[in-house]
Write a new protein. Sequence first.
Length: 331
Amino acid sequence: MVMTSTFIESSLCQSDAVFETPLRPGSLEDFVGQKKIIERLQVAMGAALQRGEPLGHILFCGPPGLGKTTLSNIISKTMGTNMVVTSGAVLEKPGDLAGILTSLKKGDVLFIDEIHRLPRVIEEYLYPAMEDFNLDLVIDSGPAARIVQLKLEQFTLVGATTRAGALTAPLRSRFGLTCRLDYYHADDLKHVVQRSGELLNIDIDDISALEVAKRSRGTPRIANNLLRWVRDYAQMRNDSLVDLEVVDRSLEMLSIDNLGLDEVDKKILTLIVDFHDGGPVGLGTIAAAIGEEAVTIEDMYEPYLIMKGFLRRTPRGREVTPLAYEHLQKK
């Protein structure tokens, strides 16, 4: 039996279609959700542009996939400057930071992802750079050691972190504006799915877009990933229209239920219910039982389970709620 398929064309050019980067909004007007943060950024950038000054330092914090990097790109475009991207884990020596800082031009945006992973020695160099736009370098060592001060161009440091509490107080206090991104409501994610569907030339109706949104764990990145999967499923099953039935069948193949819980989520809840009488049970025990790292469970799965009311953390360990019993259809 020969399988035929209907090819669904993408509206992106061939070079961009590989990574489909145009799914990221390019302006605050196109950015969906996070209304309070958008308003703050509009005020901050508008005032800086009117004064002809670089934007102050900004810290974005919140779970992954909510738009921290996207907003940093929008800031750079709106301010008409270049953006230099690096990560806290990459900057190991003061020389690494010095090379980046001295190359920045006035108004440029330095984006440091996972800034909480910066080594302490790098932080110490950042303090005068952020406040006074000076870089103090130690030349030589021992009795011949001396400090050379370099004057830097005024730049904007934009930090992104998934663990705001892991930042030291001195570093956190040097950001003039701190913005915490929250999980998205389904209605906002529906608009994200519809916008991405237009860019990918996917014919998806309102009900189906909302269904994808409901299963996206409140995260635009997951919503876009699920939409791509639904597109691929529809393409291989000869469905040119993405309707509710196609969405249900395609996401069922990924074991994602109507509330966005996947196989690992259900494993965690089922383990606590079936083998520990609903808890409490330690995180290490859960990790060993399902074959995942404890930090992975704590960072990737627990926040959503807690937000949906299925799980709670107690001093003695993790416990499931009556909602978990109901969702798993356990007595």
